[in-house]
Design a protein around this ligand. Structure first.
Ligand code: PMP
Length: 760
């Protein structure tokens, strides 16, 4: 049997009207004049004859299953004679099919009545007509319930159960659409593909689109044509395909529930089936986009025509994807009279009071109007009402929210084994190897922890054990964690007077820049000495995320490291924020200044949300620490974490996300720079890769925290999430997942422009 791609890749038969007239006569005894009709893969003709007009289809030479179409039409004529489908004209030998030789190749042929009427113009249906269409399709599907043909399971690319097979075509799409489409394909494969085989299957028309529906001059439906995509498929796929063509230019979430409910009234569906419809509709858009892009590439003469149609699918897919998947499924369920499956919403005020009771006053919420989240996908977050928010703030979902590869790795391993580092587990060693290979060769010992705070705490313990000294040097407004030791090195959190005597600070490379870094570090060492301490370590977040976000200036770390090492201390790069490709292809923040730290701490992004972190150091430091102290942490270094970490690195490498972070970060800084040039309220735009700070200032370049807060909240109201940082709380913090693309940057910058204009 031919494969699914071959059928669409094989050219239409080289048949001329004269060939059609010959076949009509020789095979069917019909004498008439042939006129060419349109067709995706076959040669179709209208034969005008004394017995009335006929449609003659000379099938593509790769088509071996034409009998499915003829047999289905005969079946419908028998069981539902009122349905307006063409009747099959039998051959002179009373066969359902004829055949013809063209250029030495045999082609199957079918002849049916030519139905009068004109195709329904796309996008012309009103609600009433749409409901009629749904009723008609329900009747058609009911008539096909008892139809069986041994070839109806043939491979067809337009078969909705085969959407996943289209992935190799993604490369034909414009580059800026690929990752969006990949994500949509991932979603289809995780939510639809596994479920479809357990639903009701039967013969379905599978192409109930306006081009295949004929109306008379009064607008009444008078014909259903083109049964060429009829397959054995899930019943619900049929109304889903039909609904997809009704969405063009409309809100899919208005059209789909109404269409499916109308169908359901005539041909009842189950709650599970209707809940799947929005994802099936998305699957049809994916088919149109991908098959369209592929065919446009192989038919350059017809490219504009093919691509004009796919634009509709692109637009509709985006609109559909902006709604929360659970909410949209429940919307269709509710329209059909089923109970929603997902949790009913609790009033936000009630949720806030609940939170206050249960969490005390300890935890803060972001934004003046808190965001009530239900789920995430890629760079998008969805609230409980189904609104989509562009996430330009969260760096933990490094390779995208709910990244399927990560979720799969996590759940597979959780289903197999999770344990601790007192056992030999290959996955954990493999992951440690992989992490170490990404760092300078000196840093080859990897110890896992559960959080960035614990990683920094362990780094401090190591530094103290190895140097025999106690002091820690930090930047002025640093943040390094929540343990007693790391909290003491996090002035961002408390700014309390009288820091611990073993803590000394150096300025971050603020603007106007400090120039004599060595002197600043020597001064911090002297401060420690004043209270009887020597430095065990200098720890630095390489993007200065709490100090206000700065590009690491040349020599800052080099001079700082030299000064601290002279005083006998170690140098720790806290890469919890900067690491793993966020700064671009240099991969680590510290690498920008060409230094090699003694210890590197990793966290947040390495687990894409799974709680895991790591300390990487030299064998000498590890040995010296092990000679004095012990370390074990129950959950740290579990095989689940290792598989998750591996999956993150796989995606990062396969999709070259560090390069993307560099490129998109540069692009976004460019857009923000343009805004800054036009608007004096914006000061500096700075930061490496996809870690960007936008300073809001008053006229005399003073920090303007009120403006920054107003902008942050106004952006949230327009459903774009950004943060705020810096000692003056005036720096907008933009730090999205690395799957952020230029289109997202455009949306962010455009919205920021609107917000600034609105604030006035
Ligand atoms: N270091 C830096 C630079 C951080 O930003 C953070 C978290 N914001 C931490 C350490 C602590 O990480 P965690 O919250 O995972 O303990």
């Amino acid at each position: 049997m031919t494969n699914a791609f071959e059928l669409l890749a094989t050219p239409t038969p080289p048949a001329e009207p004269a060939d059609a007239e010959r076949v009509a006569w020789e095979a069917y005894g019909i004498e008439g004049n042939a006129r060419r009709l349109a067709g995706e893969r076959d040669a179709n003709f209208c034969i005008a004859s004394a017995e009335g007009p006929f449609t003659l289809k000379i099938a593509n030479r790769a088509e071996e299953s034409l009998d499915v179409v003829a047999a289905a039409l005969e079946h419908i004529a028998r069981v539902a004679p009122d349905l307006p489908v063409p009747r099959v004209r039998r051959t002179r030998e009373n066969g359902r099919l004829g055949s013809v030789q063209l250029g030495g190749v045999q082609h199957l042929v079918v002849m049916v009545d030519f139905l009068a009427g004109t195709p329904l113009p796309a996008g012309s249906s009103d609600r009433g007509l749409r409901r009629d269409l749904a009723g008609l399709l329900a009747s058609l599907d009911r008539s096909l319930q008892g139809f069986f043909h041994h070839l109806s399971g043939r491979p067809l690319l337009w078969d909705l159960s085969r959407v996943g097979e289209l992935r190799p075509l993604v490369g034909h799409l414009p580059a800026e659409r690929r990752s969006f489409v990949e994500l949509a394909l991932d979603r289809f494969e995780t939510t639809v593909t596994p479920v479809l085989p357990s639903l009701r299957w039967q013969a379905v028309h599978h192409d109930f689109n306006p081009d295949n529906l004929l109306v008379d001059s009064a607008g009444h439906l008078v014909g259903i044509i083109d049964f060429g995509d009829l397959v054995h498929g899930s019943l619900v796929a049929d109304p889903a395909v039909a609904a997809s063509y009704q969405c063009f230019g409309e809100d899919p979430l208005e059209v789909i529930p109404d269409f499916i409910a109308s169908y359901h009234r005539h041909q009842p569906l189950t709650s599970e089936e209707v809940g799947l419809v929005p994802d099936l509709v998305a699957g049809r858009f994916l088919q149109s986009l991908l098959i369209g892009a592929w065919r446009a590439a192989s038919h350059p003469d017809n490219r504009d025509y093919i691509l004009a149609h796919t634009e509709y699918s692109w637009e509709a897919l985006q609109r559909l994807t902006h709604h929360d998947p659970d909410q949209r499924a429940d919307l269709v369920r509710r329209a059909c009279g089923f109970a929603p499956v997902h949790r009913p919403r609790v009033d936000t005020d009630e949720a806030l009071a609940h939170r206050r009771r249960r969490f005390g006053g300890v935890l803060n919420l972001s934004y003046d109007q808190p965001v009530r989240l239900a789920r995430g996908e890629g760079v998008w977050l969805y609230d409980t009402e189904g609104h989509a928010y562009l996430d330009a703030y969260n760096n933990v979902p490094h390779v995208g929210h709910a990244r399927p590869e990560v979720v799969t790795a996590l759940s597979e391993q959780a289903a197999r084994l999770t344990t601790n580092t007192r056992y030999l587990v290959d996955e954990v060693l493999d992951y440690a190897d992989r992490l170490a290979a990404l760092l300078p060769p000196e840093l080859s010992v990897v110890l896992f922890t559960n959080s960035g705070s614990e990683a920094n705490d362990l780094a401090f313990r190591m530094a103290r054990a190895v140097t025999g000294q106690l002091g820690i040097v930090i930047t002025d407004f640093a943040y390094h964690g929540t343990t007693i030791a790391t909290d003491a090195t996090s002035p961002e959190e408390h700014l309390r007077a009288g820091a611990e005597a073993w803590v000394a600070t150096v300025p971050a490379p603020a603007s106007p820049a400090i120039h004599h870094y060595a002197a600043a570090f020597d001064a911090a060492v002297a401060t420690l000495a004043g209270s009887g301490h020597r430095p065990a370590a200098f720890i630095c977040d390489s993007v200065f995320s709490s100090d206000g976000i700065f590009d690491l200036p040349p020599a800052y770390l080099r001079e700082g490291y030299a000064s601290i090492r002279t005083a006998g201390g170690l140098c720790i790069a806290d890469e919890v924020q900067a690491g793993l490709g966020r700064v671009g292809e240099r991969f680590w923040g510290f690498a920008i200044d060409g230094v090699v730290p003694d210890i590197v701490t990793l966290g947040k992004p390495i687990g894409n949300g799974h709680p895991m972190a790591a300390v990487v150091t030299t064998p000498a430091i590890a040995e010296a620490f092990a000679a004095r102290e012990h370390f074990f942490s129950t959950f740290a270094g579990s095989p689940v974490a290792a598989r998750v970490g591996m999956a993150v690195l796989d995606v990062l490498e396969r999709e070259q996300l560090p390069a993307q972070a560099g490129r998109v970060g540069g692009y976004l800084r460019g857009l923000l720079g343009d805004l800054a040039r036009r608007d004096p309220r914006i000061g500096e735009v700075r930061g490496p890769g996809l870690f960007i700070g936008v300073e809001m200032v008053e006229r005399d370049a003073q920090p303007d925290p009120r403006m920054a807060e107003a902008v942050q909240n106004a952006m949230r109201r327009r459903r774009i999430l950004i943060g705020r940082t810096g000692p003056g709380r005036n720096v907008l913090k933009i730090r999205p997942p690395l799957v952020f693309e230029e289109t997202h940057a455009d949306l962010l910058a455009e919205t920021l422009g609107q917000v600034l204009a609105e604030i006035g």
